[in-house]
Design a binder for this molecule. Structure first.
Ligand SMILES: *[C@@H]1O[C@H](CO)[C@@H](O)[C@H](O)[C@H]1NC(C)=O
Ligand SMILES: *[C@@H]1O[C@H](CO)[C@@H](O)[C@H](O)[C@H]1NC(C)=O
Ligand SMILES: *[C@@H]1O[C@H](CO)[C@@H](O)[C@H](O)[C@H]1NC(C)=O
Ligand SMILES: *[C@@H]1O[C@H](CO)[C@@H](O)[C@H](O)[C@H]1NC(C)=O
Ligand SMILES: *[C@@H]1O[C@H](CO)[C@@H](O)[C@H](O)[C@H]1NC(C)=O
Ligand SMILES: *[C@@H]1O[C@H](CO)[C@@H](O)[C@H](O)[C@H]1NC(C)=O
Ligand SMILES: *[C@@H]1O[C@H](CO)[C@@H](O)[C@H](O)[C@H]1NC(C)=O
Ligand SMILES: *[C@@H]1O[C@H](CO)[C@@H](O)[C@H](O)[C@H]1NC(C)=O
Ligand SMILES: *[C@@H]1O[C@H](CO)[C@@H](O)[C@H](O)[C@H]1NC(C)=O
Ligand SMILES: *[C@@H]1O[C@H](CO)[C@@H](O)[C@H](O)[C@H]1NC(C)=O
Ligand SMILES: *[C@@H]1O[C@H](CO)[C@@H](O)[C@H](O)[C@H]1NC(C)=O
Ligand SMILES: *[C@@H]1O[C@H](CO)[C@@H](O)[C@H](O)[C@H]1NC(C)=O
Length: 429
């Protein structure tokens, strides 16, 4: 196969294994499978890259996201050539007992993928070190690929993702052809819609410049989607010490990266995993959005003050190259004294706030509510609100008082009305 250059992949996830304690990054490799028929000629050919993001339940009954990558070598036992009466099957097995397959049907001079079957094994301690349930989990997805002309090779550099049950599958850099005739891969390519220049005009250009400061050379620049304009989704994050929740944080996070062009990155709570440490005088919440962004928040107890307060001391943001996990940008500011509240209380700030990490990077927070110390029974303690009292305190009281007055009036009306009814003998039933 000649190599084909194309827009770099959009979505591949960085391995969360770093968080899970493995050393270094597992890289995603291009997998190549060449299935031969009885006469030893190629009947099914595929080369592709893929990753899986899997949400699983841990033995402490919360959920974590694990990232599973294809290693450089896979076996392809059970793969089948297929013909116009029997489906072709591309099946691979890899890592600690995982497997993935897709079958293809041939009709009317076209072929088409039918079902994707992914089976992961939560006994694989390298990926699921603390899984509550050990065993095989199978996810079946109907493929949505359009029919492709027989004898054409399907090529798609763009990343496509499929989400089903608790698994997101990312596939990119595909070169694939089932039902190969005479052992010769087709000369004609069918490109996926997303690869055609007109289909993704906004994706490729913004991408090219985002990573120009990357120190890595050979790997293509990770592309970045057009900037999100909407506010980020608010996430609920927590840390545990043993089986006890020791840190609570509710927040919507958005990064504002100003390199050549400003870029906004919304943190998706669904794919974000938490890690970190609790302590008596210092606590760190580490968030990994499963998509190459790491944010660490460090809180400190101010020991010198006569009344002990906590505050946010440090924020460390790291953006990684989607493809190889190398650091594109690291910004750290350990000189904050924000989000302060009395020890034992929580800090709340619903309005948008900005943490200026450095001149190139800001973190915007929305709907913030955080308690890094002395969490009791998995609940936030009394909140100290960032907003001036007028906004948050007086107004509710005024509204509350008005409502209270209304309730009294309604009750009075009820009782007087009721009394009248009784006296008049209009009782029903
Ligand atoms: C996609 O494959 C081509 C060769 O087919 C390779 O040069 C390129 O680096 C791959 N892209 C990614 C994102 O790995
Ligand atoms: C198939 O062909 C390859 C070389 O193309 C050869 O190495 C291999 O031994 C052959 N296998 C069989 C079963 O003939
Ligand atoms: C998927 O996640 C849900 C919770 O979101 C959980 O109830 C379910 O058991 C999970 N399924 C598997 C197979 O882990
Ligand atoms: C299709 O493949 C199956 C299994 O390999 C074989 O039994 C069948 O004869 C083939 N049919 C045709 C039309 O070649
Ligand atoms: C294949 O083509 C024939 C005739 O053009 C048509 O009747 C039939 O429905 C087609 N089959 C499928 C599966 O599209
Ligand atoms: C493809 O695989 C799925 C899942 O194993 C199966 O249900 C389906 O029947 C297969 N399709 C064909 C045409 O064999
Ligand atoms: C959960 O699993 C991990 C890894 O096997 C183990 O170290 C830990 O003690 C387990 N925790 C509980 C509460 O069983
Ligand atoms: C395969 O070979 C046969 C006979 O050699 C030829 O008629 C046919 O066109 C070839 N098919 C392709 C796709 O090259
Ligand atoms: C990247 O930025 C340079 C200079 O800032 C500009 O000349 C070039 O056109 C940009 N490329 C893309 C693909 O936006
Ligand atoms: C990954 O990040 C990019 C840009 O930061 C975003 O467009 C994309 O939606 C994210 N992917 C996921 C799965 O969250
Ligand atoms: C937490 O652990 C303690 C002892 O380690 C145990 O007594 C308690 O029942 C556990 N609580 C829960 C909710 O599992
Ligand atoms: C910031 O986070 C990155 C990635 O987790 C880490 O390598 C780096 O040492 C941290 N920097 C500081 C100052 O803590």
């Amino acid at each position: 196969m000649e190599t084909r250059r194309g827009p770099a992949a959009l979505l591949p996830l960085l391995p969360l294994l770093l968080l899970l304690g493995a050393s270094g990054f597992l890289q995603s490799y291009a997998v190549e499978v060449d299935v031969k028929d009885a006469s030893n000629v190629t009947c099914l050919y595929a080369q592709w890259m893929m990753k899986f993001l899997i949400k699983y339940e841990t033995n402490s009954s919360d959920y974590k996201n694990a990232s599973l990558d294809l290693p450089s070598t896979v076996t392809h036992d059970g793969s089948v050539c297929g013909n116009d009466t029997q489906a072709a099957l591309l099946a691979v097995q890899f890592g600690g007992g995982h497997s993935w397959s897709v079958n293809f049907t041939e009709t009317n001079e076209t072929y088409q993928a039918d079902f994707i079957v992914f089976t992961y094994n939560t006994n694989d301690a390298a990926v699921f070190p603390d899984a509550k349930r050990k065993g095989l989990v199978t996810v079946v997805v109907k493929d949505s690929m359009h029919p492709i002309q027989l004898n054409n090779v399907f090529v798609c550099h763009h990343t496509t993702s499929v989400e089903a049950e608790n698994v997101t599958q990312f596939v990119w850099n595909i070169t694939m052809q089932p039902f190969v005739q005479n052992g010769t891969i087709g000369k004609t390519e069918t490109r996926c819609h997303a690869d055609t220049p007109t289909a993704a005009p906004t994706v490729v250009p913004t991408a090219a410049n985002v990573t120009t400061t990357s120190t890595t050379t050979s790997s293509p620049a990770p592309t970045t989607a057009p900037k999100p304009v909407e506010n980020p989704v608010t996430g609920n994050y927590s840390l545990k010490s043993g089986n006890k929740t020791c840190l609570l944080a509710t927040v919507g996070l958005q990064l504002n990266v100003s390199q050549d062009k400003p870029l906004l990155i919304n943190i998706n709570p669904k794919t974000t995993s938490t890690d970190g440490t609790c302590g008596n005088t210092s606590a760190t919440l580490k968030l990994n959005d499963g998509n190459s962004t790491l944010i660490d928040f460090t809180f400190i107890v101010n020991a010198s003050a006569s009344v002990r307060k906590f505050y946010l001391k440090e924020v460390n943001v790291t953006l990684l190259n989607h493809l190889n996990g190398s650091v594109i940008l690291n910004a750290d500011n350990n000189n904050f004294s924000k989000w302060d509240a009395f020890l034992g209380n929580s800090y709340m700030c619903r309005k948008e706030q900005t943490l200026e990490i450095n001149e190139d990077l800001q973190v915007h927070t929305f709907n913030l509510w955080v308690q890094p110390f002395l969490v009791k029974e998995n609940k936030f303690a009394i909140a100290e609100d960032c907003s001036p009292e007028v906004d948050n305190f007086i107004v509710p009281i005024a509204v509350g008082a008005a409502l209270g007055g209304l309730v009294v009036l309604v009750l009075m009306a009820y009782f007087f009305g009721h009394k009248k009814h009784r006296n008049a003998g209009y009782e029903q039933f």
